[in-house]
Write a protein that binds this ligand. Sequence first.
Ligand code: ADP
Ligand code: ADP
Length: 237
Amino acid sequence: MIEFKQVKKQYPNGLLALNEINLQIEQGEFVAIIGLSGAGKSTLIRCINRMHDITDGSLLVDDVEISTLKGKGIRQLRRNIGMIFQSFNLVTRISVIKNVLVSSVPEMPLWRKVLGVFTEEEKKRALMALDRVGILDKAYVRVDQLSGGQQQRVALARTLAQNPKIILADEPVASLDPVTANQVMEDFRQINKELNMTVLINIHHVELALEFANRVIGIRAGEIVYDGRAEDVTDEV
Ligand code: ADP
Ligand code: ADP
């Protein structure tokens, strides 16, 4: 489903953030990428949806070489990939459901967003997504009235409504307290299991990675230094 072959990523300032990454991720896997700050986790994940371009090598998503995709191809790629960030990236002054609705349809015309014109089918899908992450009762509340954990669930619901094949999450629980972080990780686990979506999470909390992911990839200075099942991880990693 996702395949890195000899991938290098060098930033314009010369910094080599990814050095010959070889990696294969199958449909339905739940993978945690661990490593210290600056190791290259964020760069790696952001190459998969073309937020970053690779410098060398090959990167396949669903058997398609994505490094040569242009505008339309990139939009098509991103339709199949849900992205979750540490900082939620929600519109905080509008309701929860509207946040989900405006991004649930690819390239929704601006006038529909502004006027709030949504179909019954779209509303139904949005409510189902909110229900799945346990915040259906918050559908008509403004986002800025929610806790951090609830906001991250809105972001997750928004991604689910898009029905992606892959979810990429860049430090999704880093700004949450430990209890809430656990709950959000549990949401990811359920989505992975029940919807069979491939989930790739950057996380610097090693314990959370080991508890929730099936596979753990350790990176250091742009190189993979560990790749294995969570239960096999020892202190050396
Ligand atoms: P992590 O997600 O593991 O913290 P990053 O992928 O954000 O690591 O960063 C990897 C390395 O690349 C770091 O040394 C970081 O400073 C550097 N880096 C990240 N983004 C840029 C950029 N836009 N330009 C130059 N260097 C960058
Ligand atoms: P995040 O955790 O969201 O990646 P960062 O603080 O690591 O946030 O980076 C914020 C932005 O700055 C990103 O766009 C990243 O690419 C860029 N960046 C990170 N490190 C560097 C760097 N050493 N030089 C230039 N840009 C960088």
